[in-house]
Design a protein around this ligand. Sequence first.
Ligand code: HEM
Length: 312
Amino acid sequence: MQLGYHPFTHILRWLLFKTRLGRLLGGKAFRENKRFRAFCSQALRERREAEELAQKSKAAPSKDFFHYLLNCRDPATGLGYAKGELESESVLLVVAGSDAASAALAGSFFYLIRNKEALKKLTSEIRSTFSSADDIRYSNSGLGALPYLRACIDETLRMTPPTPGHLPREVLADGLIVEDSFFPRGTIVGVSAYALHHNEQYFPDPFKFYPERWLVDSDSGVTPESVAAAQSAFCPFSVGTRGCIGKQMAYMELSLALAKVLWLYDIRAKPGDKTGEGSLEKQSTGRHNDEFHLTDVFVAKTEGPVIELRVR
Ligand code: HEM
């Protein structure tokens, strides 16, 4: 879905980027943004050269996102993506692929160091599955199938979804009925993942970090129905055609990072670390100290936690 820009937006963009106005008004942020875009363009140039080299030497190409973006063609025109479009994709992938995953990793450590039982169970699952840190790979090592690891990751993404706010969607021509309410064409609608993930109807005791809620177990009263209900409301990667294309890669990164760290090290919170005591939002919000706080700037801004690692 394309959200149409007001003509004024185009004029403003032209003024900011094609004249000196951006530098004058934006200062450091503007310069940093330009530096970041130059970094993305350079990475794209290098990736394109590597692809061309692989094609010339008939070597097997690296089949990453850019292999497909560089080689796809419009079936009607036979044209590939223009340079500017590829540059935008490269900016998007760096931003989308780094901030959310790093917020999720920071969140995982935050919850694990505060929930000793979960940390113990996860550490034991990892150390009893692999005989060395080098054995921990994503493909064919069984890492992707470790139930408690996946439950800890999902519980972190539930408690602290890195894209917590509503993702705006515009209602199309026929309007939209949600339950008993009608939304006419052009209305911007959305659902906040954070709000949905804390709805008691799907997640009993929603502010508690409880990885077990994702694992059917008659002893702890977690039924197939309660897991199915939780899964039906779980949407950290959004859903549908605009859902995250990096979802599998995110699970891979998070699983690898957590498993390697916990195999190699014993971890604990750095004594005196105040993360979780409202350092971003301050206690005035009345929010839970046991919750990893994010600032929603479309991607997430985080602080901490500071952890200590000791080779085991
Ligand atoms: C825990 C990690 C991640 C989370 C929670 C996450 C979440 C999301 C969400 C909610 C969206 C939808 C945004 C919208 O509808 O406006 C999205 C889109 C996207 N994500 Fe992720 N993401 C993660 C990791 C990644 C990674 C690792 C990559 C790639 C390397 C990636 C690439 C993208 C891209 C390119 C889009 C835009 C898709 C489109 O609209 O065509 N994400 N992500």
